[in-house]
Design a protein around this ligand. Structure first.
Ligand SMILES: Nc1ncnc2c1ncn2[C@@H]1O[C@H](COP(=O)(O)OP(=O)(O)OP(=O)(O)O)[C@@H](O)[C@H]1O
Length: 245
């Protein structure tokens, strides 16, 4: 019998991003296996969003991107300002329906999948017919999360998904996200400057500083004993926010 082939959901090898003034990301490697949850943390300007953009294959005008990249075709993305992922001119259910259609889900199943996704996010069934602007900020964020999740992706890439929300709403959304990822064994790449937030979802973290990985390992180890000054500063900030190692 042959061993099962390892099944990465995402991989970057030797990612370099160069700007007009010089390198912004210098030789970054990372891999996320099936069902794994990886945090990418780092201070402002360390290269988190560029890494996510390069991984997702987004256009990065004016920058030169090189290196190898693999991303599961079944990836859902939830980017900064993700409430704007919803089209304000289309009812929520229609947007979910289009995503499901794009993923090849037959019409007969789509309605049920939409209703199930809304319910999983504790959104009222009427949300299907709602316009995004008529939802509260927290509901809109959940609806945007649902748009990333409704196709049941194998990997979710989330960049500061709760940055614009108050602490209570943020907490509620993180709990829901964790429950859904657990239930579906979905892999996650969570990008944030906030190690406390990342520690709640990700078993492993990569710490970026100046466009490089300065430290990586199990989240619990880095929280307990950070090896690099950049990690130590993020741990201090996480402690200030009330998370203990
Ligand atoms: N299009 C661009 N042209 C030139 N420099 C850029 C461009 N985009 C990003 N940078 C620079 O690359 C570096 C990394 O930016 P990036 O947005 O990835 O950081 P970040 O870690 O996501 O920061 P933040 O937490 O503040 O969002 C920064 O110094 C930024 O100024």
């Amino acid at each position: 019998m042959t061993e099962p082939v390892p099944h990465p959901e995402a991989r970057l090898q030797g990612l370099c991003v160069d700007g007009p003034a010089g390198p912004l990301i210098s030789g970054l490697d990372l891999t996320v296996e099936s069902g794994e949850r990886l945090g990418i943390v780092g201070p402002s300007g360390s290269g988190k969003t560029l890494t996510a953009g390069a991984l997702l294959g987004l256009p990065l005008p004016g920058l030169r991107v090189s290196g190898d990249r693999y991303l599961s075709p079944r990836t859902g993305a939830l980017l900064q300002e993700s409430a704007s992922a919803l089209n304000p001119l289309m009812r929520v259910g229609r947007q979910y329906d289009l995503a499901l259609r794009g993923a090849g889900v037959p019409r007969a199943e789509r309605r049920e999948r939409i209703d199930r996704q809304l319910k999983e996010l504790a959104l009222d069934a009427d949300t299907r017919r709602a316009w995004p602007l008529h939802l509260s900020g927290g509901q809109r964020q959940r609806a945007a999360l649902g748009l990333a999740l409704v196709t049941e992706p194998e990997l979710v890439v989330a960049d500061e998904p709760t940055a614009a929300l108050d602490a209570l709403t943020q907490n509620e959304i993180l709990l829901m996200l964790r429950r859904i990822l657990d239930a579906r064994a979905t892999a996650l790449i969570l990008i944030s400057h906030d190690l406390a937030l990342v520690a709640r979802l990700c078993e492993r973290v990569v710490v970026l500083g100046g466009g490089r990985i300065v430290e990586e390992g199990p989240t619990a180890d880095i929280l307990a004993e950070p090896q690099h000054p950049t990690s130590a500063r993020l741990v201090d900030a996480a402690r200030t926010l009330g998370v203990t190692a």
